[in-house]
Design a protein around this ligand. Structure first.
Ligand code: C5P
Length: 201
């Protein structure tokens, strides 16, 4: 039987770090579903049609630091508003979730649309100011000269687009456990998530 953990939340709330740690702890496979939208966004920036790019997506396209740029993130959130793009990416995500041995998927609509029957659903969030500051520090460590104000504006633009779109908007499932990481260390957030999953097993 499959065991699926759905972790949703806005950009830079810590869900990626939490998902990776939880996958290692329980020996689950992990899919960062944002990478699917980023890979499509990157292809669109290179001139491809969004729906054709989503249909032709190959797991090999999901590798690489090139998908981690602010420009690709914005392109991803634009292609993610297209229902046909989302549709083309659904089967891959559901197939991943059904792997024997357990899977963690993190994204925006995993608990609401992709895996509404997931055994565990979490919604990881934090204030926009906290998330922008974390992202800004990461970017600085990578040598970026983006200002905190620009990063905050980017985070807010993506939040508005992700929560405001008609298809599969960013939202907590009614049965999701909420974790606000604004005033929490990553270690505490991981421990809390592990406790929630262990209680559901
Ligand atoms: O999580 P990440 O920042 O990599 O996601 C990039 C963009 O992809 C998000 O801003 C969102 O618009 C989109 N996305 C989505 N549904 C998901 C995962 C990501 O719409 N499950």
């Amino acid at each position: 039987m499959s065991f699926t953990v759905a972790i949703d939340g806005p950009a830079a709330a810590g869900k990626g770090t939490i998902s990776k740690a939880v996958a290692v702890h329980f020996g689950f496979a992990h899919l960062d579903t944002g990478l699917l939208y980023r890979a499509v966004g990157a292809k669109v920036l290179a001139g491809a049609d969004p729906v054709a790019a989503a249909r032709a997506l190959d797991p090999a396209d999901l590798d690489g630091d090139a998908l981690r740029t602010a420009e690709v993130a914005q392109a991803a959130s634009r292609v993610a508003t297209d229902p046909a793009v989302r549709d083309a990416l659904t089967a891959f995500q559901r197939g991943f979730a059904a792997r024997p041995g357990g899977a963690v998927l993190d994204g925006r609509d995993i608990g609401t649309v992709i895996c509404p029957g997931a055994q565990v659903k979490l919604f990881v969030t934090a204030s926009a100011a906290c998330r922008a500051e974390r992202r800004w520090k990461e970017l600085q460590a990578q040598g970026s000269d983006m200002t905190l104000e620009t990063v905050l504006a980017d985070v807010q633009a993506r939040d508005a687009r992700d929560a405001g779109r008609a298809t599969a908007p960013l939202a907590a499932a009614a049965d999701a456990v909420l974790i606000d990481t604004s005033d929490m260390s990553i270690a505490d957030a991981v421990a809390r998530t592990i406790a929630v999953i262990a209680a559901a097993q």
